[in-house]
Design a protein around this ligand. Structure first.
Ligand SMILES: Cc1cc2nc3c(=O)[nH]c(=O)nc-3n(C[C@H](O)[C@H](O)[C@H](O)COP(=O)(O)OP(=O)(O)OC[C@H]3O[C@@H](n4cnc5c(N)ncnc54)[C@H](O)[C@@H]3O)c2cc1C
Length: 337
């Protein structure tokens, strides 16, 4: 009898709990999905115009008949852990992703997946039943008995829990400009986490590239590390859309160079693979591309405050790492209820 009453009280508390998730990248979306499934009211705030963070796909229209579709962040992913496989199986079943290939220069039999409509499609699928606020940059965090989150456009959001999933330096900046004080040892560990930068070029070609089947090529060049034909990948049926990723050293050295200079340099390096004139191009600068150092746990939870941090820098520099961190963060919060 007493036990039932206690369980009912706990259920009531759980059903009335709320959580603000900062960041609508894959880790934030996974945490939000798991919390919402268990009755917690979740709101995701993301500064981006679209959902997905580094799961980024963009359309570049040239004419009525020519349009390039580019994955310009994450290119593909594979699976190691069963906890991630469960999500991947669902995405396959729902027609959100497909197997792109089983290797690039060498076939190793291990599936490489990509979004059927680009990798952002995975984020869109996860977001469809969630309360996501786009173009909503969080600028200040306050905590009294609840979190009060302030945005650039002077909106306020309240929640019992706060999950932060931006790249760690951005989360630290946000905490620094707020009234939230981190324990010095935790702050020192977080400050050690750094990321590679990556300049991406989205190039729409006049004719098909020379990139070999299946359309992805890792290079060991000092300036260019990756080339992908989004046309061969199957996401850009109406345009020969090629993504180029510059190396971290090139990206650092040319961060402030003009788009024209960057494009001219990288197109020269890639010319034999491009094998075509470029109709139009765009340059995207990823300040935080892949983490190079990591936190020692799959998420960070403060004992003093209902604050959790998650993201790829807590597990591994890939979609799978971000998903596993998002799962671990949600499991932690649910364990408190
Ligand atoms: C160029 C590139 C290539 C990659 N290639 C691969 C690959 O081939 N395979 C692979 O598995 N992984 C790859 N990755 C890594 C993969 O994309 C990431 O590991 C993963 O997407 C990280 O997800 P996340 O949710 O941790 O972070 P993010 O996707 O960065 O999400 C964080 C979100 O926080 C939001 N945000 C930040 N600050 C604020 C604020 N103040 N207010 C509101 N919102 C805020 C951002 O807008 C963003 O949407 C690549 C990444 C890049 C950039």
């Amino acid at each position: 009898m007493y036990l039932n009453m206690l369980i009912n009280e706990l259920k009531k508390f759980k059903n009335s709990s709320s959580c603000i998730v900062i960041g609508g990248g894959i880790s934030g979306l996974i945490t939000a999905t798991l919390l919402q499934r268990r009755g917690i009211k979740v709101t995701i705030l993301d500064k981006g115009k679209g959902i997905g963070g580094r799961l980024a796909t963009r359309r570049v229209k040239h004419s009525a008949t020519i349009e390039g579709v580019f994955d310009y962040g994450t290119q593909y992913f594979s699976v190691k852990q069963t906890k991630f496989q469960v999500w991947v199986d669902d995405w396959l079943k729902q027609g959100v992703i497909k197997q792109w290939c089983q290797g690039f220069s060498e076939m190793d039999g291990k599936p490489r997946y990509c979004g059927i409509n680009g990798t952002r499609g995975i984020a869109k699928y996860l977001a469809q039943d969630l309360d996501v606020r786009h173009s909503t940059k969080v600028v200040k965090l306050n905590y009294d008995t609840q979190w009060r989150i302030e945005t650039e456009s002077n909106q306020q959001f309240r929640g019992d829990f706060l999950v932060m999933t931006p790249p760690v330096p951005q989360s630290l900046d946000l905490l620094g400009s707020s009234s939230v004080v981190l324990p010095p040892d935790i702050k020192a560990s977080l400050k050690k986490i750094s990321y590679y930068s990556c300049i991406a070029i989205l190039a729409l070609l006049e004719k098909p590239s020379n990139i070999p089947t299946p359309g992805g090529l890792a290079l060991e060049d000092e300036s260019l590390v990756w080339l992908a034909s989004n046309h061969q990948k199957g996401i850009s049926p109406h345009g020969y859309a090629v993504t180029l990723h510059a190396s971290p050293s090139f990206s650092d050295a040319h961060w402030n160079s003009s788009d024209e200079e960057i494009a001219q340099k990288l197109f020269t390096v890639a010319s034999s693979w491009l094998n075509s004139s470029v109709i139009k191009y765009q340059v995207h600068r990823w300040r935080y591309s892949l983490p190079k150092t990591f936190y020692s746990e799959p998420y960070l939870a403060l004992t003093e405050l209902p604050l959790v941090m998650a993201g790829d820098a807590f597990v591994a520099p890939k979609i799978e790492g971000a998903v596993l961190s998002g799962i671990a963060a949600a499991e932690y919060i649910l364990s408190l209820l």
